[in-house]
Write a protein that binds this ligand. Structure first.
Ligand code: FE2
Ligand code: FE2
Length: 343
């Protein structure tokens, strides 16, 4: 018994005797056959009978076997096709193969020739389907792995951010609030949810370079001398040193933010004194969120500023990107309305 016995085959031929002969041969070898006498009838039958293979005559009234195979290619790509052609029509046999037929037989054909070609086509179809299933499984696996990798990178970033915070208990809430504001600014600037979330995670590490600043400076209560301030300022370059050359998009973005969140639009910032368009957008967004959260938080030397005063200060003398500050103001105004406070 042949290995594909029971396979459903649609036999298409506009000449009834030829059609019946083909069917008789195939059925005697265990195939289940349906029949059609034209391209149109074949396409109707395909929908109902769901054959694995179509054996079609080349020359038929109302649409050639080649055009039937072309239609099957697009509408039912899982159905294999075998072409039956006349001896005078070898060119169209080649065309049929190019058009997607899995084989052809030339009339008049020996019975085992037909069986050989049909079995070969069914074998090839099984292989194609198996390959596709294998590829689908691989792609699904790659998707899962990529997601796991994304998750583990986010996890690493969160833990690294926590390590920085552990140096200075006061900064924990700052990093949370600052990164939350980074997300809202990015969304309001038109970033996609995914990109804004990546930016939020990356901004958790904006002060990662503070790992390299001595405790006595980082935790100092009183005012800092000019020299001490210069040492604190090295945290931007130290952060860049830690994150530079990362493979992942998330860490590359974290590098950009760590390196540029103290650059100022007017060129007065550090470490490189970049100005305007020289400062990457993630750095400009992080700077606005960072400064706003610092101004609206209590400091040993001053109380938290109310939001409108913080905004005025940011506009007057913080050297921030005015367009990003505009967006912040719009967000705050929306928030105030949402909470029922006076506009
Ligand atoms: Fe910083
Ligand atoms: Fe900060």
């Amino acid at each position: 018994m042949n290995e594909f016995a029971g396979a459903a085959i649609l036999v298409v031929d506009d000449e009834a005797p030829a059609r019946r002969l083909t069917i008789r041969v195939l059925e005697s070898h265990g195939f289940r056959c349906t029949e059609a006498c034209s391209k149109a009838e074949a396409l109707e039958t395909v929908a109902a009978a769901a054959p694995e293979l179509v054996v079609t005559d080349m020359k038929m009234h109302g649409g050639s076997g080649a055009s039937l195979i072309a239609a099957l290619r697009t509408e039912h790509p899982d159905i294999a096709a075998v072409m039956v052609t006349g001896r005078d029509d070898a060119e169209s046999a080649d065309a049929a193969l190019l058009g997607g037929a899995y084989g052809y037989v030339i009339k008049p054909f020996a019975l085992n020739e037909l069986l050989f070609t049909v079995t070969g086509a069914l074998k090839r179809r099984a292989l194609v389907l198996e390959n596709r299933a294998h590829r689908d499984r691989l792609e699904a696996l790659v998707r899962v792995r990529t997601r796991e990798l994304d998750d583990s990178r986010a996890e690493t970033v969160k833990r690294l951010a926590r390590a920085v915070e552990s140096r200075d208990a006061g900064t924990g809430m700052h990093v949370d609030r600052m990164s939350g504001l980074v997300y809202r600014l990015a969304r309001a600037l038109g970033w996609s949810d995914d990109d804004a979330e990546t930016l939020r995670l990356a901004s958790l590490l904006h002060d990662v370079g503070k790992i390299g600043i001595p405790d006595e400076l980082l935790l100092k209560d009183g005012p800092l001398s000019a020299d001490e301030r210069l040492v604190i300022q090295t945290h931007a370059s130290i952060g860049h040193g830690i994150l530079a050359g990362a493979d992942s998009e998330l860490l590359r973005l974290a590098d950009v933010i760590a390196w540029t969140h103290h650059e100022r639009f007017d060129g007065s910032g550090y470490p490189r004194g970049l100005a305007k368009a020289e400062i990457p957008m993630p750095g400009r967004i992080a700077a606005v969120a960072d400064v706003f959260d610092a101004l609206t938080s209590d400091r040993p030397y001053r109380a938290a500023l109310p939001e409108h005063e913080a905004l005025a200060t940011m506009r007057a003398d913080c050297g921030l990107d005015p367009a990003v500050v505009d967006v912040l103001e719009a967000i705050l105004r929306r928030g105030a309305h949402a909470h029922g406070a006076p506009g």
